[in-house]
Design a protein around this ligand. Structure first.
Ligand SMILES: C[S@@+](CC[C@H](N)C(=O)[O-])C[C@H]1O[C@@H](n2cnc3c(N)ncnc32)[C@H](O)[C@@H]1O
Length: 209
C-alpha cells in the first residue's frame, strides 16, 4: 500500500521492524510504513514528479530488470503483497544482497541473469508489468525484447541518456530511443532533480504489439 503524507511517500512495511537501505520507519494509525526516498529510487522520483499511471497492485506479477540490491524492488514488494516480483540482476555482487532480501520477502524471486536474454528466464510466463532500470547503451533493445517475450499490459523504462551518449542533447537521445522502441509513450517524466540524465517512460502495451 502506498501512502503520501506531508510531501513524502511511504509504503506499508511487509516486514515490520526491518529497514532495507537505511530508510526511516514510521507509524501511522498503528501501522508501520517505510519512507520511499525519491533520491534513491527512480520510481519514487517519478511519483514525486506526478506519475499518473501507477498500476502496481496487491496481486501484480512484475518482471523487474536491473534489480541491483533491491532498493526499489523492496517497495514494490511492499505494494504487491500477494503478487510476485521476478527480479533479474546480472551482477553476482548485487545478487548477494538481493538474496538476503528475498529470504525475508516471499514475493521476490531473484534471477541471476542477463536481461539481454529473456529466453533464459522465459518459464516465468506472461507478466502484468515490466519495470526496467539497467543503465546500458542498448537499454531500448533489452526493453523491447522483454516486452515481446513477456507481453505485459504496462511497461516502465528508466532511460539513462548518458549511458547512450554523454555529450549529445538528452532530448535528441530521447527521440532516437523512442523511435527505436516503437511504442508511443503514455508519459514522459524528466527525473531531475532526483536523478540527473534520466527519463522515466510509461508505455501501455496493446495486444497487437
Ligand atoms: C541503476 S542500477 C538499478 C537500481 C535499482 N533499479 C533500484 O532502483 O534499486 C542498474 C542495475 O542493472 C544491472 N544490470 C546492468 N545490465 C544488466 C543486464 N544486462 N541484465 C540484468 N541486469 C543488468 C546492474 O548490475 C545494476 O545493478
Amino acid at each position: 500500500m502506498l501512502l503520501r503524507m506531508n510531501g513524502k511517500i511511504y509504503t506499508r512495511n511487509l516486514t515490520p521492524g526491518k529497514s532495507v537501505y537505511g530508510e526511516k520507519l514510521v507509524r501511522f494509525n498503528d501501522v508501520e510504513y517505510r519512507e520511499w526516498d525519491p533520491y534513491r529510487s527512480k520510481l519514487a522520483g517519478a511519483i514525486a514528479k506526478g506519475l499518473k499511471t501507477f498500476e502496481f497492485n496487491s496481486e501484480s506479477k512484475v518482471l523487474y530488470l536491473g534489480a541491483s540490491t533491491g532498493t526499489t524492488v523492496s517497495h514494490i514488494s511492499d505494494i504487491c503483497v500477494d503478487g510476485s516480483i521476478y527480479a533479474v540482476e546480472i551482477s553476482k555482487r548485487m545478487m548477494i544482497e538481493l538474496l538476503k532480501l528475498a529470504d525475508v520477502r516471499d514475493n521476490i524471486i531473484p534471477i541471476l541473469e542477463d536481461a539481454n536474454h529473456p529466453e533464459r528466464y522465459k518459464e516465468i510466463g506472461e507478466v502484468d508489468i515490466i519495470y526496467q532500470d539497467v543503465a546500458q547503451p542498448n537499454q531500448s533493445e533489452i526493453f523491447v525484447k522483454n516486452i515481446k517475450q513477456f507481453r505485459p499490459k504496462i511497461a516502465y523504462l528508466c532511460l539513462k541518456t548518458q549511458s547512450i551518449d554523454v555529450s549529445a542533447d538528452p532530448k535528441e537521445i530521447l527521440d532516437e530511443e523512442l523511435n527505436r522502441i516503437g511504442y508511443k509513450p503514455l508519459e514522459i517524466i524528466d527525473l531531475n532533480p532526483y536523478d540527473k540524465h534520466h527519463y522515466f517512460l510509461v508505455f501501455r502495451i496493446s495486444l497487437e504489439h
